[in-house]
Design a binder for this molecule. Structure first.
Ligand code: SAM
Length: 499
């Protein structure tokens, strides 16, 4: 730890080590920054470049070890060249041709554990911060993941790569440490990989986080790259726990708790999970199909096998059935996730209509669909802000406001998604105000006030998005938003006079 770090480490039965604020923190305060101990491919990854982590078609191979990279530049990047490349070249471990590089490629499973074992030897001092991390070996030994790792990592490294200097239990521990403690990061093209940060990993989990972390991917490929900055997302009092979310906060409780149980090996009992309505957001609530006014909620929020009852009629179902409904909807949503442009709008609107009568209006999946829609309305071809009639501009504003209502509770303060949605809403607010003024529906004073509100909303977006590294899409959006905000502030009076 550094002296300027604004947290101390505590320990208890429930969490193990956890971090608390060393002093009162204001939203946006930097709590600490940290370099990764190691980073590399995620588990279950398709074929990616071992230098920059972008997807590859496996037609270019590293000239030294034969494993896939994008080009000559990527093969020279430190984390490949000085880590697995040397080992693979020395042991003549060739990459085995795959039929479909977009499918999960098991040959990649050994890579980040291997980098971590080599980093242990290169930096034994820093390893001391890593070796005390939670690996949950006792539980993992009883799960299929243990045999999977035994085959794909332990035996591969010890036998094929001739690295029998690393004992089996150490390799399993490294796999566990990565599974439980690593964070996902994105390169500038949006491809994901994982990073291990010894300080960040101390923070305990809560389904409503009070911190914001941002990984600055520069593409230098060394251990100076991928610096993480951790800030307070809201005001945090001295002595309060610093909480990060290990899961996707927009998911409903049933899904979040299952993910945490299966991959982080604990039962989440945070306030959000303990509340049947998820703090009033109704992120897991279904509409009753048997009566008009009822909604279906869990009888015991912390029992994943409990009965789910209608609040108005005698309809009952079980958590297992609800889980199946959620899985089917999730699969529908996954199917549209990468559809951009006008087709993306159509596909999401179709699902929105389909599930409107099944899910509570604020249900997680409605929130996820809204989040996709508001980022396409205004951008997709034929749907730019200038193209949109007022009725669609109003719809975009409404979707943004519904989203922000949920985000205020589950992603409070300076969260990335809040910044993006605030940015998205300012444009249609301005356009609608101008149209209303031009059509003499509102007075000049009202127009001025509405324009001011839209510019202030953009200002709030800028405040949040400023935390994002410029190398990432959110950081680029931040630059655009900052520029637009300055222009609007500088020309505000003229905008009112010339509308
Ligand atoms: C990333 S580590 C956090 C640091 C860890 N407590 C340590 O001592 O190294 C994640 C592990 O911490 C524990 N943990 C974190 N948040 C928790 C929570 N909300 N409830 C129970 N256990 C939690 C679980 O054992 C989990 O697998």
């Amino acid at each position: 730890m550094n002296e300027q770090d604004l947290f101390t480490i505590e320990r208890n039965e429930k969490f193990g080590r956890y971090a608390v604020a060393k002093e009162n923190l204001k939203a946006g305060d930097i709590i600490f920054t940290e370099k990764p101990f190691i980073y590399g491919p995620k588990s279950d990854t398709p074929c990616i470049c071992l230098g920059c982590y972008s997807y590859v078609d496996c037609t270019y191979h590293c000239s030294k070890c034969s494993w896939p990279v994008c080009n000559e530049n990527c093969e020279k990047l430190f984390c490949h060249r000085d880590y697995e490349c040397e080992v693979f070249a020395k042991a003549s471990v060739k990459f085995q041709t795959v039929q479909d590089p977009t499918e999960v490629c098991l040959q990649y499973e050994c890579l980040t554990p291997l980098r971590m074992l080599l980093a242990k030897e290169k930096d034994p001092m820093r390893w001391k911060e890593v070796e005390c991390m939670e690996a949950h070996n006792e539980v993992r030994k009883t799960k299929p993941i243990w045999d999977f790792n035994q085959h794909n990592v332990v035996e591969y490294l010890r036998n094929v790569c001739k690295l029998d200097r690393f004992p089996e239990d150490l390799i399993h521990t490294v796999c566990g440490i990565l599974e439980i403690n690593a964070f996902e990061a994105k390169n500038s093209a949006g491809y994901t990989f994982r990073c291990l940060y010894p300080k960040l990993a101390i923070l305990s989990h809560d389904c409503v986080s009070n911190i914001h972390h941002a990984v600055d991917y520069k593409g230098t490929g060394d251990l100076e790259d991928c610096n993480v900055t951790v800030r307070a997302a809201i005001d945090v009092k001295k002595g309060e726990a610093l909480l990060s979310s290990y899961t996707y906060s927009l998911w409903p409780t049933l899904v979040r708790r299952e993910f945490l149980r299966e991959s982080k090996y604990f039962e989440c009992t945070c306030q959000r999970c303990s509340d049947k309505t998820e703090l009033g957001t109704n992120s897991g609530t279904l509409k009753c199909q048997k009566c008009d006014n009822g909604v279906i909620i869990a009888t015991d929020a912390l029992d994943d096998e409990c009965e789910w009852n209608c609040t108005h009629c005698d309809f009952k179902t079980r958590a297992t059935a609800v889980r199946k409904v959620f899985a089917a909807i999730q699969s529908d949503i996954d199917g549209v996730e990468y559809i951009a442009g006008p087709e993306g709008i159509e596909a999401r609107e179709t699902l929105y209509k389909k599930y409107k009568s099944v899910l509570h209006p604020k249900h997680s999946y409605m929130t996820i669909l809204r989040s996709g829609l508001v980022q396409l309305y205004g951008k997709a071809e034929g749907y730019t802000l200038d193209d949109l009639p007022d009725i669609i501009l109003e719809r975009k504003v409404e979707l943004c406001h519904q989203l922000l209502e949920v985000l205020d509770v589950i992603e409070p303060g300076r969260s990335r998604i809040r910044g993006i949605i605030l940015y998205e809403v300012h444009g249609p607010l301005m356009m609608l105000a101008r149209h209303q003024y031009q059509n003499e529906v509102i007075t000049k004073e009202d127009f001025r006030a509405q324009l001011k509100k839209a510019v202030d909303t953009l200002g709030s977006a800028v405040e949040i998005l400023r935390q994002e590294p410029r190398s990432l899409p959110e950081g680029q959006l931040s630059a655009i938003a900052e520029d637009a905000h300055k222009q609007l502030m500088d020309n505000f009076d003229m905008l009112v006079e010339t509308a």
